[in-house]
Ligand binder design. Structure first.
Ligand SMILES: Cc1ncc(C[n+]2csc(CCOP(=O)(O)OP(=O)(O)O)c2C)c(N)n1
Length: 125
């Protein structure tokens, strides 16, 4: 099983040319937040432009179509119950992408808030 971001996976999708020779199975959980969420942690994230175009670099890829081009199975996951059901069994062969879409800005804010509350609690000790 592989958990990856959309930019990292896009970088390597040509590796799927070897899928016909793959022995075993790979499930890829694709966290698609339309760009590099890691860069939201940089000070430059507060300046747009140039942030979106030159740092986050969101791509307009239809993952369903891209997967189909390589013979990779695709499923869009929209809730936890579906994700749990998808992971409750692993196929024996082939590659499968489970796309989970996420809001890059909202996720960054959520992490910031979480870190802040953890720091506050540690300060209480
Ligand atoms: C081969 C390679 N190219 C570029 C980078 C620089 N880089 C580090 S993280 C990142 C973007 C990651 O974005 P994504 O995979 O969508 O994950 P997210 O940050 O959204 O979780 C890039 C381009 C790298 N580490 N390796």
């Amino acid at each position: 099983m592989l958990v990856t971001g959309d930019l990292a996976l896009l970088h390597d999708t040509n590796g799927w040319l070897t899928v016909p020779r793959l022995r075993g199975h790979l499930t890829i959980i694709l966290i698609n937040n339309r760009g590099g969420g890691i860069f939201e942690m940089l000070p430059v994230a507060n300046f747009d432009p140039p942030f979106e175009e030159f740092f986050a670099t969101p791509q307009s890829v239809d993952w369903n179509h891209l997967c189909a081009a390589y013979g990779v199975n695709y499923e869009r996951v929209v809730n936890w119950a579906q994700l749990k059901a998808c992971l409750s069994f692993l196929p024996k062969t082939g590659v499968r992408v489970l796309e989970v879409r996420s809001d890059r800005k909202a996720a960054h804010q959520w992490r910031q808030d979480l870190c802040r509350s953890v720091k506050l609690r540690l300060a209480d000790l």
